[in-house]
Design a protein around this ligand. Sequence first.
Ligand code: CP
Length: 311
Amino acid sequence: MDNPLKGRDLLTLGDLTPKELTHLLDLAVAQKLEWSQGHRTRPLEGKAVALIFMKPSLRTRVSFEVGVNRLGAHPVVLGGTDTVFSRGETIKDSVKVLERYVDCICIRTFAQSMVEEIAHYSSVPVVNMLTDEHHPCQGLADLLTIKERFGRLAGLNFTYVGDGNNMASTYLLAGALSGMNVTIASPAGFEPAEGVMAQAQGIAEETGARLTIASDPKQAVADANVVCTDTWASMGQEDEHEERTQAFADYTVDESLMAAAAPDAVFMHCLPAHRGEEVTDAVMDAPCSIIYDEAENRLHAQKALLSLILG
Ligand code: CP
């Protein structure tokens, strides 16, 4: 297919069509295989990519920096507290300067509205490396991991147990685009954003994905091929830890919850995990846990993404 993603932003998974998502994942599979066979191409030779971090990161920071390098481009890693957006300079001025140096701006920050404002001013593609509302690159990696494991996405049952946070929103869009049925089981008051659910439902009409909001974790995981969770208190919510620990007390993914899922069910977590809170050690370390494949696939999914938008 042509490359309709060239020059495009990725602010949420909702920026992709189902067909574009399939193409991106197929490219990630092909590039991963090529790399494992020793083929070393540098399609982005001579380009530069800004990687701006206004929140901590391990996986995103390393996988983007390594991925940009492997594609032949130059990663410019910027800490948001000591470089850009820190001295009273407007977002507009910072972006209009950055775009004179780099071919792509990737940013991890707090409000989704900030990446939208950056994209508004930027003439180069903008990639969301996590906001409070969305984590599209993690969503791409997770879809790649599930596709590798099951050979397909459409028709699978994916259940996320926990906070209706940026990952829950991302999974609703991921399921809607790929035809994978997604159930989100959250305590009252912690459900995913209604606007994202409505957007995902609209996309799901095209792909046939079933999207469900539930509250009972055991019912929610029945027939699940994938059981997934995330931290109960995301970055910036540390002060709410105690209150959230109480609210989520019945939402720990443990061996008995995994036993209620489909016999071939795998466990996923985007990490970092809080062992003993949202998930037990026994599940994290079980043979059904594919958390490290999931982390590795950040690299491969993002390489495919950057290859397409900067291709
Ligand atoms: N999953 C994820 O985004 O990890 P980091 O916060 O370590 O980048």
